[in-house]
Design a protein. Structure first.
Length: 327
């Protein structure tokens, strides 16, 4: 039984608490947060035996085997450094941080501790992503030529402006999926060899609310991504190869229990539906991924979930995108 300590009481904590409760191999030992009323409510709802307003108390708790950091992303560095110093494995919510300075410092603390760490891009642990990698490695799919994708959700009013805006709230999803596609089809080094240009609009809180980016990788692959937290509730992701197109018919970043679908449309031949069925959501599969990794004594997750090096490459892209968008 893997015993979790949860740091944070926001809405994302509910998703992970539900996933932990659904797994027969995990339980929650303690939860930490600043709001005592929220702590009491979560402890009662999920039968959590202990709560605290002090992170150090949770990190010193011998009953906590692994820590889930559900704090706003600008607080991820400090919380991860503290957990690493305490020798606790960490699942840290996305995005990794909001600056490369913080990202590199966080990574340095992980390397010093030689302790398990994974960024909580939960959808990458879902079986849909394993199936995607299998499809992309099939020679009949052809060679990668371009990718286009966007994620839109009207959430700017409910997110912390210190979190950096749309790129770090939503843009990290299409960027991380682009990263997986390019890495799978073009090799481990291909994603970092690129040029990009971006445009954006600032919102009322002075963070980027709308952002687009065009990319040319050194191998000739092109990509166009868009992210907004100012309007809509929509998603799209299309992979174009020399043999056809692969697109997601369901949301790749929030796979729900039931069926997730991709559609392969070759230039010559019939369309093929690719269906992945799971009775559990992505947060459950993320929980099981952490359980497997710690049971094996691993210091990193297996792909498709992000390794530390993957998270740093994704962060580098996000920060370059932000810099290209700002006046």
């Amino acid at each position: 039984m893997l015993r979790w300590g949860i740091i944070g009481t926001g809405f994302i904590s509910h998703a992970m608490l539900g996933a932990i409760r659904a797994s027969e191999r995990s339980s929650v030992a303690m939860i930490c947060g600043r709001n005592e009323a929220a702590l009491d409510a979560l402890a009662a709802q999920y039968d959590i035996p202990a709560s605290t307003t002090d992170q150090a108390t949770l990190l010193a708790n011998a009953d906590v085997d692994v820590v889930y950091i559900a704090l706003p992303n600008h607080l991820h560095r400090a919380a991860t450094e503290a957990a690493m110093a305490a020798g606790k494995p960490v699942l840290c919510e996305k995005s990794l941080t909001t600056t490369m300075e913080d990202a590199n410092a966080l990574a340095a603390s992980v390397r010093r501790a030689e302790t398990f760490f994974v960024e909580g891009l939960m959808y990458l642990a879902h079986p849909l992503m394993e199936q995607l990698v299998t499809v992309l490695r099939d020679p009949s799919v052809g060679e990668l030529r371009s990718v286009s994708g966007f994620y839109a959700a009207d959430i700017w009013q409910v997110v912390n402006p210190a979190g950096g805006g749309t790129l770090y709230n939503l843009g990290c999803y299409p960027v991380s999926l682009l990263h997986l596609v390019v890495q799978t089809m073009c090799g481990q080094e291909a994603f970092a060899a690129r040029q990009l240009t971006g445009f954006g609009n600032l919102g009322k809180d002075a963070t980027l609310q709308d952002a687009s980016v065009s990319v040319r990788f050194d191998n000739g692959v092109l990509a166009n991504l868009h992210s907004t937290d100012g309007h809509g509730l929509a998603h799209e992701f299309v992979i174009v190869t020399t043999k056809g197109t692969l697109r997601f018919a369901t949301n790749p970043w929030l796979p729900e229990p039931g069926e997730s679908r991709m559609i392969w449309q070759p230039y010559d031949g019939p369309t093929r539906d690719i269906v992945v069925r799971s009775e559990q959501d992505a947060f459950y599969h993320q929980t099981r991924m952490v359980e497997r990794a710690l049971r094996c004594g691993a210091e990193a997750a297996d792909r498709p979930s992000p390794r530390l090096s993957d998270s740093l490459e994704i962060m580098q892209f996000l920060t370059e995108w932000e810099a290209a968008c700002r006046p």
